[in-house]
Write a protein that binds this ligand. Sequence first.
Ligand SMILES: NC(=O)c1ccc[n+]([C@@H]2O[C@H](COP(=O)([O-])OP(=O)(O)OC[C@H]3O[C@@H](n4cnc5c(N)ncnc54)[C@H](OP(=O)(O)O)[C@@H]3O)[C@@H](O)[C@H]2O)c1
Length: 218
Amino acid sequence: MCDRPLSIMVTGATGGIGKAYAHELARRGLNVVLLSRSLSKLEEEAREIADFTKGLEIYDDIEAGLQGLEIGVLVNNVGMAYGGGGVNFQKVLDSENVGQNILDIINCNLMSVTQMTRLILPQMVNRGRGVIINMSSVAGYRSFPFHTLYSATKAFVQCFSESVSAEYSAQGVTIQSCLLRFLLPKWLSHSRWAVRFLAKQREARLSSSLRPVTSKSK
Ligand SMILES: NC(=O)c1ccc[n+]([C@@H]2O[C@H](COP(=O)([O-])OP(=O)(O)OC[C@H]3O[C@@H](n4cnc5c(N)ncnc54)[C@H](OP(=O)(O)O)[C@@H]3O)[C@@H](O)[C@H]2O)c1
């Protein structure tokens, strides 16, 4: 066991839930490393840049950027539905560029979680402690027609988290997936009603999901 304060890494942290997580963790005095794609939005904070719709090629750079960083908590937050930030209900083959769309969603929602786990889990195992939080969704809990790719990738996140948790919990690593319901997505943030109504719920849920993180990361 080491007593040094560890860093917390959040993917997709310039907006929405990832940003809320990062701010809440920083407010609690933890050292937060953000990993997202928009350099301009990341410039004010500790950061790494990566577009998670890309494939294996981005992870060598991420791994290089991680040298010397001791990550105690990894929040695999980044995720997308059809149409990037917005919510479009459509049949699985109805996108304009369906092949690319399938690849983007699988890379962003599924590849990011597995590859980031591959990069960070070994140091947690060596240290005998660590927490990984994967953002799933109630949409991944059962089939969700017209949101097929999103829901299928979130089911993967759920199943992956449970299985890896069973494999590594005895080595001191806690892996949990958050079955989020509708919180406050970026595309609804212009609505004053949504901001008022949903922001309070989001804060309460984030705070309760962070209890195991803050107790195990110090
Ligand atoms: N919001 C909900 O109601 C809800 C419900 C259930 C589950 N979830 C899950 O919770 C997580 C966060 O959701 P959210 O609504 O907060 O998302 P969001 O508002 O769309 O924000 C996502 C964050 O990820 C970044 N991002 C998006 N695509 C990226 C990419 N290809 N590469 C790198 N960064 C990227 C965005 O950066 P930019 O600023 O550059 O766009 C932003 O910082 C997702 O996994 C989502 O599936 C959300």
